[in-house]
Structures are given as structure tokens and as C-alpha cells.
Design a protein around this ligand. Sequence first.
Ligand code: HEM
Length: 461
Amino acid sequence: MIDSFSKRNIPQAPGGSIFSGRLKEFQRDPLSFMQKLSRNYGQVVRFKLGPSQKVILLSDPELIKEVLVTKQKNFIKSSDIRSLKALLGEGLLTSEKDVHMRQRRLIQPAFKKTHVASYGQDMIDVAQHYVQMWKHGMETEITEEMMNITLGVISKTMFSMDLKEGYELVGEAVEKVMKLAIKRMRRAIPLPLWLPSKSNREFKQAAKVLDAVLFNIIDQRRRGGIQKEDLLGMIMAARDDENGTGMTDKQIRDELMTIFLAGHETTANALSWTLYLLAQHPDKEAKMHAEIDSVIRGKTIRPEHFSSLKYTQNVIWESLRLFPPAYVIGREVDKTVEIGGYLFKKGETVLMSQYVMHRSPEYFEKADEFNPERFDNDLLKKLPAYAYFPFGGGPRVCIGNHFSFMEMVLVLACLASRYQFRLTTEQEKVKTQPLITLRPKPGIRMILHERETEKSNPDSV
Ligand code: HEM
């Protein structure tokens, strides 16, 4: 039993309209809004986002850890993520409690660090395809290129499909559904799917097409008795230790859809922001080029180069710090609970923002500056846990963390081994656009310059 009288009061941020609270400010610019609140109120503050919706913003690593790890059983996912159930069913991102725990147990082996290494060559092959297709002097929309690459990687690692087949069969259908899902999420209150509105009809139609594609792939594998080592193969072969059962076709479909949605846009945005940051910091870029050149010595990137690309890894860590694709994690209090001496009541929403924490001067010197060197000397081990958490934490930590980190490093090294990326002179100032993930707005137009590097010496090994 919780003794509510002995708890500290959560400071309340004033202002906003009686009906919508601070909703307008939040919708206009959630990043600045959260940053200001955090600076003004410190570790915890409560504000209103509607007549009855109370939201708590946490900006303290210890308290964030309590919500995500030690007392996570008292929380469920927030309502914006729950609205994705219409598309993702009971997949990892949207399921709760026992269902989530079982699914996580079954899928985890496919994403273990040791197994993920086996996808390295697929990641490189996809990046290499684009590197070879591009030309010196070409101008392009870099965010679209990165989306194509990450969609290619996920199609290849998931279904062992080549790029063209993967895109025609699955990629197109996924993209359509995702666009409509994002549109739905952006509404303050998503329209119930049974309403016969135009957008609902479009969404249902696109989801139906994608369902048919996925069920067909699953069915072909089952009937053909084909066993592959790709992600789908691992997911289909997974068996529960307790009763030996696997997943139904519907569960497999939900997980495939979830992995597509969770995995490709996040990684594409991170890569786009990284190229953007490097273009503005030629000294850091030169240092990274020197590392890549010395590791690959005129040849092409191989998966085993990953561990030698230390500076390139730090470039990615630093990019995820400044522009975390998942910029906020939300939870709803499921059972009233005490966090850091404060009482969090059932139904309240809790926000924990990576963007806010990663730019906090308390944990990062010159926090707004791009400085990959800060990750030298094991910074990640020295920081308090949850001052830096691009992949979340606890039992719901991103299952694709090793997968995407390796993908980002290998893809970046592959692209940078051949090209230098420069902003076009007409490029407008790039702003952050916080949708489901943190996108660059209005996109990033870049010109590709082929680098002059020492060509491979045929005698060298
Ligand atoms: C830079 C890339 C990525 C970032 C920043 C990222 C970030 C995150 C974060 C913060 C969460 C936790 C959300 C929460 O606690 O509410 C999460 C969950 C998840 N991510 Fe990622 N992610 C990335 C890439 C990927 C990739 C490549 C995959 C799959 C191949 C993936 C699959 C998932 C799944 C399935 C979950 C739900 C896990 C669960 O609840 O058990 N993510 N991701």
C-alpha cells in the first residue's frame, strides 16, 4: 500500500489553456518545449496536455532507470504507441506483459550480438550496390537514399531477397502502410478504424496488401519446408522452452511488420544526420576517412573490419547523441507507484526524452557541439546509466540495437570509402522534425564527390 501523504509533490508547470493545457506548444516544437521545462524544473515536472491528460517529464537518469528498469512492471506503453496496434497487432513494440515477454524470449536469439555478425555481409552488399550506382557530381536527396539502403538491408536480412525483388514485393507495400500509419499517429486522436473515412479506407487497403504479401512469404516457407538462417528463418524456427510451441502465422506477421516499422526509418534518419554532421565538420570527416582507408587498404569493407573502425563507431555514437532518432520514450502508469519519492498515479503519462538528456550540460561538456572524440576512453561506461540511452533500456530495450549499430557503422564506412558528401549551396537550414522518429526537415540535398584514395595494391593480401 502506498502512503500518498509521505510523498513529495511533483512541481506543476503553469500556463496553457484550460482545455488543452500546453498541447499547442508541445505540438509546435516538442523538443524545445521539453528542453525548457527540464531546464526550468530539473528532474521532474508535471504539465497538462488536455483537460484531463497529465504528463510527467523526467530528466534524471536515476528516475528514468526506475521507470524503464527497476519498476517497469508498473508501466505500459503510452497511447501513441498503442494506436499502432491497428497495424502491428501484438508485435514486440505494442504487446504488453506476458505476451511481450514470451515474444521477446522467442525473438531475442535472432538479434544476439554473435548472430547479428552474420548479417554484416548483406549490409555491405546493399550499401555497395548504391555506391556503385552513384556517380561523381551527382546531386541527391540523402534521406531518401538512406531509406532505400536501410529498407534494402532489412528486406535482405529478413527474407534473403535481392534488392529489386525485395523492393517490388515488400518494400513498396511497407512504405505505403508506413506513410499512412504516421498520418494516423499525428492526429491528436486517431479515428477509430471502423469509421468509413477516406484515410481509414486507404490505411486498411494498404495493410491488406502488405498482409497478403507477408502471409504468402510465410506460407511458401512453411510449405516448401525451406529452412534459412535469415531473420524470418530464425523467427519461424523459434520454440518456447516451456512448451515447445512456436509462433502462429499471425504472430509472425505482427513481428515482421514491427521489425520493418521499428527498424528501417530510425536507422535511415541516423545515417542522414551523420552525413549532415560530417559535411559540416570536415576535420572530423578527414579523421574518419583516414581510419577507414587505413583499415580497408584500398579494398572494400568486410564485416570483420567493424571492430577496427573505432572512430567511425564514435561518429555514430555522437550522431545518436545529438540527433537521437527515438527522441522520447513514453509510458503510461498502469499501477500507482512511487518514483524517486514522488507519487505517479495510474493513468498519468511519463515522458523521458533522449534529446533532452543527451544535450544536458550536466553530463556532456559543450553539449551542442559535434565532437566524436568525447566517446574515447570509454565515456559510455563512465556516464550515469540513462544519461545517454539512444536505444532505451530495461526489458524493452531496442532489440535491434546491435543490428542497427553494426549496420550504421558498416554502411557509413562503405559510403565514405568512396564518396565525400557535401550540402548543396541551395540547401535550406536543416531543422529537426520530430514525428515518430527525428527526421531532418525539409530533407538534406547533397552532392557526391568521389574521393581520391590509394587504389588497392594487387599484391597485398
Ligand atoms: C538507430 C536505430 C534505432 C534506434 C535509435 C532505435 C530505438 C529504439 C528504442 C528507443 C526502443 C525502445 C522504445 C520503448 O522503450 O518504448 C526501441 C524498441 C524496438 N526496436 Fe529499435 N531502434 C533502432 C533500430 C532498430 C532496428 C534496426 C530494429 C530491427 C531490426 C529495431 C527493432 C525494435 C523493436 C522490435 C523494438 C521493441 C522492443 C520491445 O519492446 O521488446 N530497432 N528501438
